[in-house]
Design a protein around this ligand. Structure first.
Ligand SMILES: Nc1ncnc2c1ncn2[C@@H]1O[C@H](COP(=O)(O)OP(=O)(O)OP(=O)(O)O)[C@@H](O)[C@H]1O
Ligand SMILES: [Mg+2]
Length: 250
């Protein structure tokens, strides 16, 4: 294969130039971003996240929520539309967890009165601080119309993801997405970009064994979340569980 030009390398993914203008190839690595509460590297994670992000993005495309996903190329790569990323991590919260519990003193696991959309400025050096709409508009990261569209987009993603997760016994406590701009002629559209995977979702397992007194315990964080989520959604590659090393076929 011809050598491809590397466009960007982050912790979790590498971007290469795509085969056509306006496309990119996203390569999923096994490394975790330091923000992910997990070991730095988990063998086979990239393979599973490639499948899982494909599953969610293709599902969103099918219900008319535009995403960057075009098609999966192989075990670790997918073809996506190149977007101009808005430098925000858009977070949707359904249940209190993480920083929200500390900031507002709400006990972990409390159902929020409605989904809450938050914005964090995407900057590693600043550790992606929480920002208000005022900052976003004043610093011209996005305008008010973009923000209205981002809220509508993220709430549709939330409904879709919450429903899919609920169907396999998982509570979607919160998740984050990145949103990008693409142009169709003079017309600009906002699409869901980056990835949707256990690295960007806080997932709680609702399939818990009953307690001896018959009550069901509170949902727990998912054990072995990459494999378990892929298994429940029926996208676990049959020849890959924990390893991507070649195996001998007799
Ligand atoms: N469709 C797209 N078009 C252009 N850039 C994209 C697209 N989808 C994702 N990206 C960018 O690709 C990069 C993916 O890299 P990766 O997630 O590994 O690193 P990162 O988000 O920069 O940093 P971190 O290591 O904290 O995750 C991100 O910068 C993301 O904004
Ligand atoms: Mg990232």
């Amino acid at each position: 294969m011809a050598r491809r030009k590397k466009v960007y390398e982050g912790k979790a993914k590498i971007l290469y130039e795509g085969p056509e203008p306006g496309t990119l190839i996203q390569y999923f690595k096994d490394d975790n971003a330091p923000t992910v509460a997990a070991p730095a590297t988990r063998e086979g994670k990239g393979v599973l996240n490639n499948r899982l992000s494909e599953f969610f993005m293709a599902g969103l495309n099918q219900i008319g929520v535009p995403t960057h996903f075009i098609r999966r190329i192989n075990m670790r790569e997918q073809l996506v539309r190149m977007a101009e990323i808005i430098p925000l991590e858009v977070v949707v919260r359904n249940f209190a967890a993480g920083p929200l519990t500390q900031r507002l003193g709400i006990p972990e696991g409390t159902q929020l009165p409605r989904p809450i959309v938050e914005y964090y400025y995407k900057d590693d050096k600043l550790q992606s601080p929480l920002v208000a709409e005022e900052h976003i508009v004043a610093f011209n990261w996005a305008n008010q119309q973009d923000l209205d569209d981002i809220v509508a987009l993220s709430l549709r993603v939330n409904d879709f993801l919450s429903g899919v997760m609920m169907g396999v016994g998982i509570r979607l406590a919160d998740f984050r997405i990145e949103v990008g701009r693409i142009w169709e002629g003079d017309f600009m559209r906002l699409i869901v970009a980056d990835e949707i995977s256990p690295d960007s979702c806080r997932l709680w397992d609702m399939r818990q064994p009953e307690r001896p007194d018959g009550t069901i315990p509170d949902p727990q964080p998912m054990a072995d979340v990459y494999t378990e989520l892929a298994r429940r959604l029926g996208v676990l590659p049959s020849n890959v569980t924990h390893t991507t090393k070649p195996t001998l076929i007799n």
